[in-house]
Design a protein around this ligand. Structure first.
Ligand code: ADE
Length: 224
């Protein structure tokens, strides 16, 4: 899978993909993540990428031309399945959307800033608008990193134990059961006896009950 991210702040995305699972996915050739500096696609003298809004009002609006220059260049190199715009007024991201996107080959992600991006980009180039939650961040870079992480870890071969993505909270209908590791007792705090019993069917049953209980108390909406 290839993911191209277009941003005015490429430095913000230096680190999120350079460690751990996301780094391994790239080293294994399972994911290629390329960050593009929007300013490189500006034809203005000071490499500006924003301008005052028509009709007045506060805040700057990101211009159509640099985005289109970058998107069109990428589209000459390969076909893209989706052009995604990260925005707080998009559809709220969830595991189902992550699953859908992980089945695609090539994605472009646009990061907004300031007051927003020229509506003509959204109308004519963007195929999907995604929010990572009902709060406003300073730009779309961190949301883009969240999206990419959630997608890439689902690609076959990325996680060492392939079943572990399948048993994630949200991947089924239930939240995960609690987990413990050694020592079996720490300052009087004990690991539940059942997990030390070696009785696999009983452990599975306990985990299922814990999942159900967690989901019922924390996220009853998931059971509806
Ligand atoms: N840009 C700013 N806030 C955002 C959010 N909550 N989700 C996606 N993109 C954003």
């Amino acid at each position: 899978m290839r993911i191209d991210i277009i941003t005015v702040l490429p430095q913000l995305l230096d680190s999120p993909f350079a460690h751990s699972i996301l780094l391994r996915a790239q080293k294994k050739g399972l994911a290629e993540i390329v960050v593009h500096n929007l300013r490189d696609y500006s034809t203005h003298k000071h490499k500006s990428v924003d301008d005052y809004p028509y009709g007045g009002g506060s805040g700057m609006v990101m211009m159509i031309e640099p985005f289109v220059n970058c998107i069109e260049k990428l589209k000459t190199e390969r076909d893209y399945d989706e052009v995604i715009f990260m925005t707080p007024d998009g559809a709220v991201f969830n595991q189902q959307i992550a699953n859908q996107l992980s089945n695609q080959q090539n994605l472009i992600i646009l990061c907004g800033h300031y007051k927003g991006i020229d509506q003509r980009i959204r109308d004519n180039y963007v195929t999907r608008e995604i929010s990572i939650g009902d709060y406003v961040l300073s730009g779309g870079e961190l949301p883009a990193a969240v999206l990419v992480d959630a997608i890439v870890r689902l690609l076959p071969g990325v996680l060492s134990d392939e079943t572990s993505a399948l048993s994630d909270s949200f991947q089924g209908d239930l939240l995960d059961a609690p987990v413990y590791t050694r020592p079996a007792e720490f300052q009087g705090m004990k690991v539940p006896d059942i997990l030390l019993s070696g009785n696999t069917p009983e452990i599975e049953k306990w985990r299922y009950e814990q999942s159900l209980e967690r989901t019922r108390t924390r996220r009853p909406d998931l059971l509806e």
